[in-house]
Design a protein around this ligand. Structure first.
Ligand SMILES: [Zn+2]
Length: 167
């Protein structure tokens, strides 16, 4: 079976879908299934070739990952403004503690965040990593977060570790 081209599949290619299974074929014939930075770097260096199985309704197609840049952006190995909504800069962040019930015993505080730099948060994981670097914040990424768009812009509700806010 000839692998198809992920590039030809375009934007619809489900790089990060849970059902997409990656196959890395190393030069020595070994097969692994990672999607980490090392996988990307080996593929870029030509030390391995990367394929993905995109399961369809009736059959699964094998794709060649022929745009490694797109792959790296999808997996957060390379920063992608379009996917994350976040520029690779120091954000201008306005924040307040949320009104309403805050559990004083919780290690986390609910905060309302506004981005004055014009960014939007499409990827909480990437925003959390940026805020850790820029402000020392420990943003909870495993709990729900929300956005509220109004005439004054978009406000995000996030949970941040209390101690990291004070720092
Ligand atoms: Zn920004």
């Amino acid at each position: 079976m000839e692998p198809r081209s992920a590039v030809a599949a375009g934007r619809a290619f489900p790089y990060t879908a849970r059902t997409t299974c990656y196959i890395e074929i190393h030069r020595d014939g070994r097969v692994t299934h990672g999607t980490d930075r090392a996988t990307y770097e080996r593929a870029v260096a030509g030390e391995s070739r990367l394929y993905a199985v995109w399961p369809g309704n009736w059959s699964s197609d094998l794709f060649m990952i022929d745009d490694l840049d797109e792959y790296a952006k999808a997996h957060g190995i390379k920063h992608d403004v379009q996917r994350t909504g976040l520029a690779d800069h120091v954000h201008r962040v306005r924040w307040t503690e949320s009104d309403g019930d805050q559990n004083p015993r919780s290690p986390y505080v609910d905060v309302e965040v506004v981005l004055d730099c014009g960014c939007t948060i499409e990827s909480l994981g990437v925003f959390a990593a940026q805020m850790r670097e820029q402000k020392g914040w420990a943003v909870a990424t495993s709990v729900g977060w929300s956005r509220c768009s109004g005439p004054e812009g978009t406000t995000y509700s996030l949970r941040v570790r209390r101690k990291s806010l004070a720092a």
